[in-house]
Design a protein around this ligand. Structure first.
Ligand code: DGL
Length: 275
């Protein structure tokens, strides 16, 4: 599939809606480029799925975005970044097309922790799959070997957001529960990472129950700055990106259903097509 002269949009992939919080941050900083967002809503959530399955689904999505002309694909999903990114980068890309790139959201998030954390005690909220992969612990240990990282799986937060209950009274119980459990595991935590794309939508409740001295790290702007930096350092990739400011939304599920919930994530109207 190697196509050295190919120009096209930036592909943004997520298991469903969550990557829209990343796309929002990226578009705020880099509105000039064209984007294709692909949500695999028909097979979401990925959070509880095994490594093999997340890898297979993610590779299919990357190939789809490549076939639509994207020279660069962002895995805007922590679970896919945790379970599929490395294999795709190391095993698949060299065969598919070594001139294209696939980037994830975990490494850029980890990179900023050195500046944000005062005491080196990090808490990570994420899906069960991301926590089980230990990707955050591994990446943090590589960059900051003296840091202590404690993960907390939050299996109920994605369903709360997707059922539009993030602001409802039912959310209080599960927000409190996971915060309490994390702080019991490490009472010295000074910074928590929202390591799942849905969690910015439950941020008000998280703030309500989180001790105020603890910093909360959201990914949208961080991933956007990291991408801007990447494109500056890689003019050979930047020059392959088309600049029309357009976004195409694709979903593997029903587009009307996607449009309804996508509005909540993007804060604007979205018109998706079925893949
Ligand atoms: N987008 C996923 C993530 O960031 C959350 C939703 C899912 O479990 O598929 O981990």
């Amino acid at each position: 599939m190697q196509t050295l002269d190919l120009n096209g949009p930036i592909g943004v992939f997520d298991s469903g809606y969550g990557g829209l919080t990343i796309l929002r941050g990226i578009r705020r900083l880099l509105p000039q480029y064209d984007y294709i967002y692909l949500g695999d809503n028909a097979r979401a959530p990925y959070g509880n799925r095994s490594f093999d399955i997340v890898y297979r689904f993610t590779l299919e999505a990357v190939n789809e975005l490549f076939a639509r002309g994207c020279p660069l694909v962002i895995l805007a999903c922590n679970t896919a970044s945790a379970k599929a990114l490395r294999s795709i980068q190391q095993r698949d890309l060299p065969e598919i097309d070594p001139t294209r790139r696939v980037l994830g959201v975990i490494r850029p998030t980890v990179e900023v922790l050195g500046k944000l954390s005062s005491g080196g005690h990090i808490g990570v909220f994420a899906t069960p799959g991301t926590i089980a992969s230990e990707s955050y612990n591994i990446e943090i240990a590589k960059l900051y070997p003296h840091f202590t990282t404690t993960g907390q799986a939050c299996p109920m937060w994605v369903p709360l957001v997707e059922n539009e209950e993030a602001a409802g009274p039912g959310a209080d119980y599960f927000v409190q529960k996971y915060i309490t459990s994390l702080l019991q595991a490490d009472p010295q935590i000074d910074t928590v990472v929202l390591g799942c794309t849905h969690y910015p939508l439950i941020l008000d409740k998280i703030r309500q129950y989180m001790p105020p001295h603890i910093g909360i790290v959201e990914q949208g702007n961080i991933v956007a700055s990291s991408l801007a930096d990447y494109l500056q350092r890689h003019p050979e990739m930047e020059s392959r990106l088309t600049r029309g400011g357009a976004v195409e939304y694709l979903t593997t599920e029903n587009p009307e259903k996607f449009n309804h919930l996508a509005r909540m994530f993007m804060n604007c109207d979205v018109s998706a097509s079925r893949l």
